[in-house]
Design a protein around this ligand. Sequence first.
Ligand SMILES: *[C@@H]1O[C@H](CO)[C@@H](O)[C@H](O)[C@H]1NC(C)=O
Length: 249
Amino acid sequence: MKISVSLLGALASVVAGHGLVTDFWINGKHQQGFLLDYYYAKKNGGAVPAIAAWYAENLDIGFVAPSEYGTAAINCHKNASPGALTATVPAGGEVAFYWEAANKQPWPHAQGPILSYLAACDGDCSRADPTKLAWVKIAAAGIDYDTQTWASEDLIANNNTWTTKVPTGIAPGNYVFRHEIIALHAAGSANGAQNYPQCFNIQITGSGTAKPSGTLGTALYTADHPGILFNPYQTIMSYDMPGPSMFTG
Ligand SMILES: *[C@@H]1O[C@H](CO)[C@@H](O)[C@H](O)[C@H]1NC(C)=O
C-alpha cells in the first residue's frame, strides 16, 4: 500500500499534538497509565487492558479548549470512560504522574499551572459517570514569582513527572483523581488556553473524616477567568489560579 507524503504529514501532526499520563506511581509503586496503543486496540475491535487509568480519546489536538468547558470533556478528556481497576493509596501518600507528548517526547509546554482534584465515587469508580463527579481541588501550583518558573517548567525539569500528596484528613473511600496541566503559551488570545485533564481510579485508605463538597466539571472554569485568558509573555507579579478553592485538610 502506498501512503502519500501529505497523509503521513497529516498523521504526524495529529500525533504530535497529544499529551497523556502514560505511567503513574503510588508511593513509588509503578501503575500503568493510558497508552495510545489502547485507543488503537479498541478501534480495531480489541480490548483495553484492565487498568486504573481512564480511557480517553485525546487524539486530535490533544487538549480541551475553553470553548469546551461546558461539555463532559472537561472532566476526564474526550469520550472518557473509567478504568476497570482501582489503585490504592493511604491518605497522606504520594501519587506521581509521568507525562508524555507524542512518541515519548518530553512535555512541550513550559508555561502553565498544574492542578489535582479528586471526586468521591458512589460505589466502584469503574462505573463512574464523569458528568456526575464533583471535583475537590487538592493541589495547585502556578508560577514562582521570584524565579518566573511555572509548575510546567518544574515538571519538565523533573523528567516530566509531577507528584501530588493526598490530603491526610480526607475520608477513606473510592475516588477519581483528576490530574491536569493547563498550558498557557497561547492563552493571551480568547480560547487559547489548553487543558489536559487525566483521570485515575484510586481508593484512599486511612482514618480521615473530611468529605469536602466538590464542583461539577462543567462549573470548574470559565473562558474569561483571568487565569485562563492570560498573557504569559510578561513579568508575572500575580497569577489568579483557575478553579474552585482548595481543600487543605
Ligand atoms: C524518565 O521517566 C521515564 C518513565 O519512568 C523513564 O523511562 C526514563 O528513564 C526517565 N528518564 C530519566 C532521565 O530519568
